[in-house]
Ligand binder design. Structure first.
Ligand SMILES: Cc1cc2nc3c(=O)[nH]c(=O)nc-3n(C[C@H](O)[C@H](O)[C@H](O)COP(=O)(O)OP(=O)(O)OC[C@H]3O[C@@H](n4cnc5c(N)ncnc54)[C@H](O)[C@@H]3O)c2cc1C
Length: 458
């Protein structure tokens, strides 16, 4: 950072302190420390902004953006901190704008739309909607932010019924570098924001379509790793079904912990149906542990927070094939066999999620994701581990490519910084996003002063 930008940041923080005396925190202050320790990953928490400002209204956000732009101060937009990569929602020596002061929730007259403050998390939303027996197609873990998840696409338990989370937005309130906009389907930024992450401004309100929702039926099972070929076969059968059951939400992971592998299945049915047929063959595979219950959506989303660790996500999208799943597991297992992880390595996980056309068709042509048919995975820590994870990702892609199953789409919310999820939306979507950026952020504030997150590929 140059002496000039350090001076401008000092000016920004001083000015912010003058205008928002009770909402700006500097190192040493207990609120500053509390916000820093709230980051989900250790690598984000390790960054030290010069000051953190917590706006309480759209007007506050607008004023803060305009002040930072005027003085040329680099800043980060912080939602509920679940993007693991350093610098996505925090910034060394810059200004971090913590959106969690904006958490208002209200329903419209006929309850068809909920207005959500840009800093809320999904648990706030689900707990509020539960009183009306309603839900929205939001994140599966309640602690994840509405902001980051929705602007990156958003995969919910309801995805096969309702599409990506972003496809359920009816209006965004957006603070751009030149003012506040109401962005609905008549506005060209409507499409840009669905997948465009923080490239266009700060969303201060998300208006989402609601739907009636009863209990979820939840089955979990843990299998010995020797059953992986059987699990892969059943996972593929469910994912590839001609008529993908729209009430299906499935996550299958292989997990290396304490030196041994296990398989975990989380099979959720979004209608209160006991033992849904769709999961029967998968759940019939011998398990070491299993459970099944009905739960209210907000109770199920209330997951225990993970311990603070370094985290790394990496994603890929592939055609459905149990053979490829087994090859991927073998690649991972062989790569880890001789790998000295040093002390502290906790967990490697390879997670498969179906992304059938039932999900992707909802927003085709009206979001920026440019996604065809697909599925994805994620993993963990430190330079050697990062290098290995990336190498394994390349090997997965090579294996998938050799089988004609490699897909272009990289899901932004699960992507690693070595990946290019926005470029993966395809040239037409990228061209549209760039044109929108030139028009609505003509000084490039959200490209140059907001370095965090996946930027447009110029
Ligand atoms: C435990 C866990 C569970 C997850 N579960 C799911 C899941 O079920 N489905 C799924 O699709 N993804 C899931 N994810 C991925 C998640 O969607 C992303 O990590 C997402 O970026 C988190 O958003 P956030 O607001 O919490 O994070 P942050 O780290 O605060 O923000 C992420 C990015 O979004 C930007 N941003 C946040 N709020 C705004 C705003 N209001 N305006 C403009 N930009 C903003 C930030 O600048 C940053 O670049 C999960 C992640 C974790 C760690």
């Amino acid at each position: 950072m140059t002496a000039l930008s350090l001076a401008s940041i000092a000016t920004c923080c001083q000015q912010l302190l003058r205008e928002f005396p009770s909402q700006v925190f500097v190192p040493g202050n207990s609120n500053y420390t509390a916000i820093e320790t709230s980051y989900w990953s250790l690598q984000e928490a390790a960054l030290q902004p010069a000051c953190i400002v917590v706006p309480q209204s759209t007007q506050d956000v607008s004023r803060i953006v305009s002040l930072n732009s005027h003085h040329g101060c680099p800043f980060a937009v912080k939602g509920n901190t679940h993007a693991p990569a350093a610098g996505f929602a925090n910034i060394e020596h810059g200004v971090t704008i913590d959106m969690t002061g904006l958490q208002s929730l209200s329903l419209n007259k006929d309850h068809s739309v909920i207005r959500i403050g840009g800093g809320a998390n999904w648990l706030h939303v689900y707990a509020f909607l539960d009183q009306y027996s309603l839900a929205v197609a939001g994140g599966r873990n309640g602690l994840v932010g509405v902001g980051g998840l929705t602007l990156g696409g958003g995969i919910s338990h309801y995805a096969a019924r309702e599409g990506f989370t972003c496809d359920n937005v009816v209006k965004f309130e957006l603070v751009t570098s030149s003012g506040v906009l109401e962005v609905d389907k008549s506005h060209e930024l409507f499409r840009a924001l669905k997948g465009g992450s923080n490239n266009f401004g700060i969303v201060t309100r998300f208006d989402l379509r609601t739907f009636a929702q009863g209990d979820l039926h939840i089955s979990t099972s843990t299998n010995n790793i020797s059953y992986f070929a059987d699990v892969a076969k059943q996972f593929s059968k469910i994912t590839d079904a001609k008529n993908f059951d729209p009430y299906t939400s499935l996550v299958t992971s292989v997990l290396l912990s304490g030196g041994s592998w296990s398989i975990g299945n989380s099979a959720v049915y979004t209608r209160p149906v006991e033992n849904p047929i769709v999961f029967r063959d998968l759940l019939a595979i011998p398990s070491t542990k299993n459970s099944s219950s009905f739960q209210r959506p907000y109770i199920f989303a209330n997951e225990t927070n993970t311990p603070p660790l370094n985290w790394l996500f990496l994603t890929g999208t592939y055609g459905v094939s149990s053979e490829l799943m087994v090859r991927m597991f073998n690649i991972l297992n062989e790569s880890l066999y001789n790998f000295d992880s040093g002390s502290g390595l906790a967990v490697w996980s390879l997670t498969f999620e179906p992304l059938p056309t039932k999900i992707t068709n909802f927003g085709r042509g009206s979001n920026s994701l440019g996604v065809d048919e697909n599925n994805s995975f994620n993993t963990t820590r430190n330079k050697a581990i990062t290098d290995l994870a990336r190498k394994i990702g390349t090997q997965f892609n090579t294996a998938a490519d050799s089988m004609g199953l490699l897909r272009r789409f990289q899901y932004l919310n699960y992507a690693d910084t070595s990946q290019h999820p926005i470029a993966s939306y395809g040239p037409e979507n990228v061209a549209r996003l760039k044109a929108a950026s030139r028009k609505y952020d003509h000084n490039g504030v959200f490209q140059k002063l907001v370095p965090g997150g996946f930027k447009l590929p110029w």
